[in-house]
Design a protein around this ligand. Structure first.
Ligand code: GAL
Length: 422
């Protein structure tokens, strides 16, 4: 062996020993299992970006844990939820999964005994002090918290293209009459008034809940889910009539498009408005579209139709410690401040730094603090999943036959079948 080779080996040996010594002295990465599977339907640009932010933070803390990003595409989880159900019932739960706060969490998974209570995580992380009491109440059942809310989304937003509105001298409608008057003007100008993407029928149910809230007002809207508001009332008829009229202004291919493809029509200026949750803000950000305008849809000024994405811990998961660390992150200030500005949602915590958020989200924070908060139907907050499914079925027929009387009797029957109405 040449002297040169010998000295290379010597240097190499010294370097190796130093690395080993350093490794032995360095604080070990915290020990959790080597994998973590997170299940969600966050696949569109803004959704995936938000999820990735949380993954980055997690990897920073637990570099030895591989994250399995188990997503099933489809807005509002219309494909993911059945897939999750199959896994849960088949004894193959993911370590943690996205689930809406409210009935979707409690009725589907908690009362049926599929979840672990999270008292220890909530206590250790001080979550009881940083989440609003109303939020804590909704994630709790039987005296225990069952999931960690990562955000608050608003369902009732009318999104439009500011440039197109300015060029045409249009202003966002605040009443149904103004909406229809503007829709006629748009149509005359060759612009599709309303962009809709209900390849998953939930998007029409979503539109309907917004129309219901705008027609009935917050108190009577809430009464629909408690049995206090009559589904056969004239106001529900009126909401269905408005909805039928709105559908007449929608893009004819709506049943082939997703919510984000509908938003593309607004971005392109070929459609005037879309009524969708504030994940559109994230979509606009991901698509570098700076000209988005927003307003409360007709009749919903002062009303915030709310929903929340949460994560829980199913029983008997393969990686419970890694999952608990995920839940700690999901509820943490750092996690929520990283996730929400790119996800188009506001923090569920009450101590996030407002300056980290864009203009729309800052306005959503103000509204969250002062508006009447009512639960979203299409996103698991207002009604049990089986009730939502019945309403989705009514909507499937309604968007094609526009038969108001038939839809109303179907809705009234669904409330009875859900065990809420007599
Ligand atoms: C909602 C969910 C949001 C967003 C949206 C569209 O149900 O809460 O986070 O992802 O669906 O997929």
């Amino acid at each position: 062996m040449s002297e040169r080779n010998r000295s290379i080996i010597r240097v190499f040996g010294v370097v190796m020993v130093s690395i080993l010594v350093l490794a032995a002295c360095a604080p070990a990465a915290p020990a959790v299992e080597d994998q973590l599977e997170i299940f969600s339907w966050w696949t569109t640009g803004g959704e995936a970006a938000g999820l990735e932010k949380m993954f980055e933070l997690y990897k920073g803390e637990f570099p030895n844990t591989e994250i399995i990003n188990a997503t099933v595409a489809g807005g509002a989880g219309f494909e993911a939820k059945p897939a999750l159900k199959a896994r849960m019932l088949g004894g193959d739960p993911p370590d943690s999964f996205q689930v809406h706060m409210g009935h979707e969490l409690i009725d589907t998974w908690v009362t049926t005994d599929f979840m672990e209570p999270l008292d220890d995580v909530f206590q250790e992380e001080g979550f009881n002090e940083v989440f609003p009491p109303g939020v804590l109440e909704i994630v709790s059942y039987d005296g225990h918290p069952w999931s960690v809310p990562v955000n608050i989304h608003r369902a009732n937003v009318l999104w439009y293209n500011k440039k197109v509105f300015e060029e045409n001298g249009w202003t966002a409608p605040t009443t149904f009459d103004e909406f229809f008057a503007l829709a006629d003007v748009m149509q005359a100008a060759g612009v599709t008034p309303l962009a809709l993407g209900d390849v998953g029928i939930w998007a029409s149910t979503h539109l309907f809940e917004v129309v219901l809230a705008g027609t009935l007002g917050p108190d009577k809207y809430i009464g629909l889910w408690t049995g206090e508001t009559d589904w056969n009332s004239a106001e529900v008829t009126q909401a269905l009539e408005s909805m039928a009229r709105m559908l007449g202004y929608a893009n004819p291919d709506h049943s082939a498009l997703s919510w984000d493809q509908a938003n593309d029509l607004v971005i392109a200026g070929s459609a005037g408005m879309t009524i969708m949750g504030d994940w559109v803000d994230a979509d606009n950000l991901a698509k570098n579209f700076p000209d988005s305008g927003w307003a409360p849809p007709p009749g919903t000024q002062g009303t915030f139709v709310a929903l929340s994405d949460t994560f829980g811990l199913p029983k008997d998961v393969p990686h419970p410690e890694a999952a608990k660390e995920w839940l700690r992150l999901a509820g943490s200030k750092a996690g929520q401040e990283a996730f929400n500005p790119v996800k188009g949602s506001i923090c569920a915590r009450n101590d996030c730094d407002k300056n980290l958020f864009g203009t729309y989200l800052q306005s959503a924070m103000d509204d969250w603090a002062k508006d009447s908060i009512v639960p979203s139907l299409a996103h698991g907050a207002a009604a049990s999943e089986s009730w939502v499914t019945m309403i989705n079925d009514v909507m499937t027929s309604f968007v094609s036959d526009l038969d108001v009387a038939k839809a109303q009797s179907g809705l009234a029957q669904a409330c009875v079948d859900a065990g809420v109405c007599q």
